[in-house]
Design a protein around this ligand. Structure first.
Ligand code: ADP
Length: 374
């Protein structure tokens, strides 16, 4: 029962608010009238001013015309109505302003903000409407961004798929039309078409994986791994590439084992991406360092190269899919700009963190992964 009354209190308050305003206005008017009557009576008796005597005389004349006390009723009603209008004007003005603002929002102006000079429930309602509209505005912005990303993705994918495909069709049509000179040229054209087909295959697989990761449909087959051992294996397996590119790989591994729970295949792919990038874009620096460190319960891996720095303007976008630094875009080494996006997704799937810093001394890709509590 108590709760029922408590729940109905705001409703009752709203129902009776105008009546309370009216009672308050009438009481105030009655009080004022009483004070006015007494003051006028006292002044009439003592005043030396003609103005007051004339006014009171005129009032008495009006009173006699209007059947006695009816004049008091008229004055009382006028004063009450004036007070009631003053009190309820602000509230009504705010409600009208609220209705107009909401109508503008409903017509699509989501930048509109309701600003009321009021306190209490109407202000609360206005604030809640402002919050809902702000959320709607954010959702709309996010949706527009997602739409733009989709459009960009389709444009990039079409471009990146078309380039190798055009070469494949070109070389295969030379073969099909018997336009090659001899067996050697035939083999040469075939091998180019084959290489381009492999690039295409790689790109499609990368795209497929990235989409799966970003849609959260990729599962991890985690096992216990020693990160130091894993990096050592990757470094020794990449030895021939280091030699080919004339780069020395230096490893500075921590004494401690760095045991983590991870999907070995995916993690190898992430670190291979970072190491091949370090070779591809930093081989002029001659050295590549792979450093591991333990900090509290975090394993830190740094892949460092000493080549040309990544321009500061590109750093915030380096992990975006299809993003390539201007110079790299003009290189013809099969890069698609998906490598770092995939790497970041793999690290984040492992609840880790990846960051990059680059200046004229060196470029560092730092990966942080949670250590397994054994
Ligand atoms: P891709 O290598 O296919 O272009 P990535 O996503 O792996 O794509 O890299 C994006 C861009 O980041 C590259 O085009 C390159 O310009 C730059 N980059 C990546 N790694 C390095 C690095 N270690 N040193 C300098 N630049 C790098």
């Amino acid at each position: 029962m108590k709760n029922k009354i408590k729940a109905n209190l705001p409703i009752l308050r709203y129902m009776f608010m105008p009546i309370i305003y009216l009672i308050f206005s009438c009481s105030l008017a009655a009080g004022l009238l009483y004070i006015l009557y007494n003051k006028a009576d006292a002044l009439y008796r003592t005043s030396k001013y003609d103005f007051i005597t004339y006014s009171v005389d005129y009032f008495m004349y009006l009173k006699s015309l209007l059947n006695g006390d009816l004049i008091y009723v008229i004055i009382f009603t006028i004063i009450s109505l004036c007070i009631y209008t003053i009190i309820s004007y602000k509230k009504s003005k705010n409600i009208i302003s609220l209705i107009e603002n909401v109508e503008e929002m409903a017509n699509g102006n989501l930048n509109n903000v309701i600003d009321l000079n009021d306190a209490g429930n109407i202000k609360k309602l206005a604030n809640n409407i402002n919050n809902i509209v702000a959320q709607l505005r954010n959702i709309t912005i996010e949706e527009r961004k997602a739409q733009q990303t989709k459009t960009d993705l389709i444009t990039n994918v079409s471009h990146d798929l078309r380039t190798p495909l055009t070469s494949i069709i070109g070389y295969l049509s030379i073969i099909e039309d018997d336009k090659y000179k001899d067996e050697v040229q035939l083999r040469y054209y075939t091998s180019i078409a084959y290489e381009k087909a492999k690039t295409l295959n790689l790109l499609i697989n990368d795209l497929f994986d990235l989409t799966k990761m970003q849609n959260n449909t990729m599962t991890l087959n985690t096992i216990q791994i020693d990160l130091v051992e894993l990096l050592g294996q990757i470094a020794s397996q990449s030895e021939y590439i280091f030699k080919n590119e004339n780069v020395e790989c230096r490893t500075k591994f921590s004494e401690d084992k760095l045991i983590i729970q991870a999907d070995a295949i995916k993690l190898v792919r992430a670190f291979e991406n970072l190491i091949t990038n370090a070779i591809k874009y930093g081989k002029e620096g001659k050295y590549i360092d792979i450093v591991t460190k333990k900090e509290d319960n975090i394993a830190i891996v740094k892949i460092v190269n000493y080549g040309e720095p990544i321009p500061t303007i590109d750093l915030p976008h380096i992990f975006d899919r299809f993003y390539r630094v201007e110079k790299s875009r003009n290189r013809n080494d099969g890069g698609s700009g998906l490598g770092l996006a995939i790497t970041k997704n793999i690290i984040e799937l492992h609840e880790g963190h990846i960051s990059v810093s680059s200046d004229y001394d060196c470029t560092i890709f730092e990966v942080q992964l949670k250590l397994d509590n054994i």
